[in-house]
Design a protein around this ligand. Structure first.
Ligand code: ADP
Length: 512
């Protein structure tokens, strides 16, 4: 019999408001809150990064230590707990300043390179989460891991802890937010898992291209796997373009892969209540959006303070991690064409230097109507959503995507490529039927992106049609309601799953 109320161990490398580089942080926070709201007991395990100290929160020290061996080294951790009353779940901060007290989460900002000990940092997170639950005698029904950074939890449960009565009934779910990031390390990292003999004879479950691959191992050992949109769940199994070399491993688990679309936390991303924008507005008070736009245009120096806007000139916005995935190269190819038109544009992003430089160069070339803001700025992100008429998201691939969902609610019409969650959530505008909420292009081609932009800009000048389009998008509801129920169903499936019948690399190799 599966219990009504579950103990859910969550573990992630990101969670808003403590650590966030992209959508993962939004999603883990919102999901925990929803699950707790349904009466489940949720504990979220994340490292105590420098950014956590910087929030100034007062977490409660446990006063206890655990020594965890990673390879031959021993790492001492302690932990602190914090419950935000409104959110209703407990955050457990894992404290080890040597490993986590750094400027950024994943890489050295001076060199742009990943920290060389990322394997140890995230092995420690996964092990610590399990060890702490034992120490405090809190038995998880479900261990829910997110991406490669915590995927090893699913591995440890079925190897190191498989004979441990404490975890006998614990089942795991691994959610794939982005398969391109796999936690791929030198083969010597395998010994850091301290699986002793257990990894031998089944190295295929752990290795890909001669390297130890944490995500691959997680995919092989998780009881159930989920992807963050229907389309992405299929895409990652079909080709290298989306599976990044793990497509066969994923195909082997085909019958255990499900989809749960990310939702939006409308307590945070709602123009009617958003504290980071001014004034608030909704679909019936779109003058409020125009005021946000005017304020941002002033702030960016595109118009003078108090200047009256007489012409109808759209503001295009984009907010993005500056990485290949996001289609920035596609935009750069046609940027001169777009910025040669009667538009304003702002791009907010942080990431690879080559994109930051290209965007800054573009600003120098188009000082009158283009701004590049390089960095992570949450307040500005909200203001862009509230001000923009059009939101650009031409991703090469997109597991789910949140910004197009925020844009819909804020009345910034999204231009997206038909991939992953973008394909699942944005329907193309159809002039004949008057249906659709955005502009969608199919192939990863700058010509197609330009064509979609031109369609949007043309329609922008038909005020009535545009306003109807904006309102259709604002009326859509991507709240967590249905997705959180999907997760509960997946947990129940995991709790009832028959491990013996699962076909994974693990069993294949063990059998030979
Ligand atoms: P991904 O997870 O691939 O980065 P998503 O669209 O799912 O893409 O989520 C991106 C999230 O990160 C959104 O909440 C977005 O506002 C935020 N974000 C991304 N880059 C920045 C930035 N430079 N400044 C502020 N917020 C950002």
């Amino acid at each position: 019999m599966v219990k009504d109320k579950l103990n859910i161990l969550m573990a992630s490398s990101e969670m808003e408001p403590f650590a966030r580089t992209g959508g993962l942080g939004d999603v883990t926070a919102a999901l925990c809150k929803r699950l707790a709201g349904m009466g489940h007991e949720v504990k979220m395990f994340i490292p105590k990064y420098k950014s956590v100290y910087q929030t100034g929160i007062k977490a409660k020290p446990s006063g206890q230590n655990i020594d965890i061996k990673i390879g031959e080294k021993s790492f001492r951790i302690t932990w602190e707990t914090y419950t935000d009353k409104a959110a209703g779940f407990e955050v457990v901060f894992i404290v080890n300043d040597d490993l986590y007290m750094r400027e950024t989460i994943y890489h050295d900002s001076r060199t742009g390179l990943d920290y060389p000990d990322n394997d140890e940092r995230f092995i420690l997170l996964s092990r610590a989460a399990l060890e702490i639950t034992k120490k405090i005698n809190w038995r998880p029904d479900i261990a829910h891991a997110h991406d490669w950074q915590t995927s090893l939890i699913t591995v440890f449960l079925r190897t190191m802890y498989s004979g441990d009565p404490f975890f006998e009934k614990t089942r795991s779910l691994l959610t794939l937010h982005n398969v391109a990031y796999q936690g791929s390390f030198d083969s010597s990292s395998l010994s850091k898992l301290n699986l002793n003999g257990e990894a031998e004879g089944r190295t295929r479950a752990f290795k890909s291209g001669g390297k130890v691959n944490f995500l691959k191992a997680g995919i092989n050992f998780a009881d159930i796997i989920s992807a963050v949109s229907e389309r992405y769940a299929v895409e990652i199994q079909t080709s290298r373009e989306f599976g990044f070399g793990l497509e066969q491993t994923l195909r082997n688990r085909n019958s255990d892969i499900y989809a749960a679309l990310n939702g939006v936390d409308y307590d945070i991303w709602n123009p009617a209540t958003d504290k980071l924008i001014s004034p608030n507005y909704d679909a019936d008070k779109l003058e409020g959006k125009a005021k946000n736009k005017k304020a941002l245009l002033e702030k960016l120096g595109f118009i003078k303070p108090k200047e009256k806007i007489t012409e109808r000139r759209p503001l295009i916005g984009t907010i993005s991690r500056l990485v290949d995935q996001k289609g920035i190269d596609l935009f750069l190819e046609i940027a001169d064409d777009i910025l040669g038109l009667d538009v304003y544009m702002i791009a907010l992003g942080e990431g690879e230097q080559k994109y930051a430089t290209a965007l800054r160069d573009l600003e120098r070339k188009h000082p009158d109507n283009f701004r590049a803001v390089i960095g992570f700025d949450n307040k500005l992100a909200h203001q862009i959503e509230a001000s923009a008429d059009i939101f650009l998201m031409p991703s090469k691939y997109e597991p789910c995507g949140l910004n197009q969902l925020y844009s819909l609610r804020y009345g910034a019409v999204p231009i997206v490529r038909e991939t992953g969650g973008l394909a699942d959530t944005v329907s193309d505008y159809n002039a004949q039927t008057g249906e659709g909420v955005g502009f969608v292009f199919k192939n990863y081609s700058s010509d197609e992106l330009l064509e979609a932009c031109c369609r949007a800009l043309d329609l922008y000048h038909d005020e009535n049609a545009w306003s109807a389009l904006v309102k259709r998008g604002m009326a859509l509801d991507f709240s967590w309601e249905s997705s959180v129920n999907t997760y509960i169903e997946l947990y129940r499936l995991a709790l009832g799953c028959d491990r013996e019948s699962q076909k994974t690399d693990t069993q294949e190799v063990v059998a030979t």
